[in-house]
Design a protein around this ligand. Structure first.
Ligand code: AMP
Ligand code: MG
Length: 338
């Protein structure tokens, strides 16, 4: 018996009070759209937001038509089929960053994960557990070193590799949206692209945004609140997309070294960073790594990001920089990572 679950993306992170208004607060102009396999909400605090929101929306669709693995005529679709493509500056920049992060994370994040995602049925929704022989035969295909990318955007895939930018593309898109809103003179905005939250400026009254982190075990609730001014908060977890077969749960974040859904001792990872693309890739990577390796990774990259780790044994760990703006709904005190 197989069951399939996808958490509605707008539930993946709750934004608290970001769109609510008091008498003293400006009212945001918001649009909601479906793109990149998720629900996106863009909220802009400006009287003249329409042009900015129209430009942002069309940029989302443009980037989706470059990065989508489901559209055969996207740049990634063509690259995967023809094994060679001339990439636009956006796809080139994103792929370069993905390759760089693969090296930094020791392969926990690897954008050539596509053959495994396919084998587990995550693309055609024909979910099933592949045989060990199938997994063994696909593991050698998963390695970003099979990608050759020249400075002028010529990209070639060797060893039958295939690229999936699903673990990083929304972070990049969020950053581009913030840039576009800025170019339109917007000073305060909050955007939510599935589990990717990114803010521009603070709230109009100068106070920080309050971002809710979803309880991975009870997705109707939040487990914590986090206050941030400008930046990205991106959450990954095995609870967001998974199927069940014969009483086991198989989620969508695959360990590139084993070929199986990451056997993580973490329920979710939230990354807080000025760099939204990095935050997206690292939320996926640190989930694959598990608690100990995730902590070591943060210890070696303290200036790049902060994080919230929720463990399978019920602990919440946070990095020291975010302690002041972090509250657990339970009233308990989180463990601070040293
Ligand atoms: P996220 O929700 O950001 O954690 O990304 C999950 C998505 O990233 C999956 O749906 C796949 O498209 C892709 N993915 C899964 N496992 C990995 C991995 N280990 N490295 C890079 N991308 C991955
Ligand atoms: Mg990610």
């Amino acid at each position: 018996m197989k069951k399939y679950f996808v958490l509605c993306a707008f539930l993946a992170l709750w934004v608290l009070s970001g769109c609510s208004n008091t008498a003293n607060e400006d009212t945001p102009t918001s649009v909601e759209l479906q793109a990149m396999d998720t629900v996106m909400t863009l909220s802009v605090y400006d009287e003249h937001a329409d042009d900015a929101l129209a430009a942002a929306t069309s940029e989302i669709h443009r980037l989706e038509s470059l990065f989508s693995i489901n559209q055969t005529d996207s740049e990634i679709g063509k690259l995967n089929t023809q094994k060679h493509a001339t990439l636009s500056p956006d796809t080139q920049a994103l792929l370069m960053k993905a390759i760089h992060i693969r090296k930094e994370t020791g392969g926990a994040f690897d954008c050539t994960i596509a053959p495994l995602m396919e084998a587990w049925g995550f693309y055609d929704k024909n979910y099933h557990v592949p045989t060990p022989t199938t997994i063994d035969s696909l593991l050698p295909l998963v390695n970003s070193e099979h990608i050759t990318l020249t400075k002028d955007g010529q990209c070639t895939l060797s060893n039958n590799a295939k690229v999936d930018l699903g673990g990083i593309a929304k972070g990049y898109t969020a950053e581009r949206i913030i840039q576009i809103l800025q170019e339109h003179g917007i000073e305060h905005a909050l955007i939510s692209l599935g589990g990717n939250i990114q803010t521009l400026g603070s709230k109009p009254d100068g106070s920080p945004w309050s971002i809710g982190i979803q309880d991975p075990l009870n997705t109707n609730q939040i487990i914590a609140k986090l206050q941030i001014h400008q930046g990205a908060v991106v959450t990954s977890g095995g609870y967001i997309r998974y199927f069940e077969q014969d009483g086991h749960r198989y989620h969508h974040i695959i360990n590139p070294h084993s070929g199986y859904p990451a056997d993580s001792d973490l329920l979710s990872v939230s990354i807080i960073s000025k760099d939204g693309t990095l935050a997206d890739a690292l939320s996926t990577a640190l989930f694959v790594m598990g608690e100990d390796a995730a902590i070591r990774y943060w210890q070696n990259h303290k200036n790049d990001f902060d994080c919230v780790l929720i463990t399978t044994d019920g602990r919440t760990l946070i990095t020291p920089n975010i302690t002041a703006g972090f509250t657990l709904t339970s009233g308990e005190t989180p463990e601070v990572i040293a």
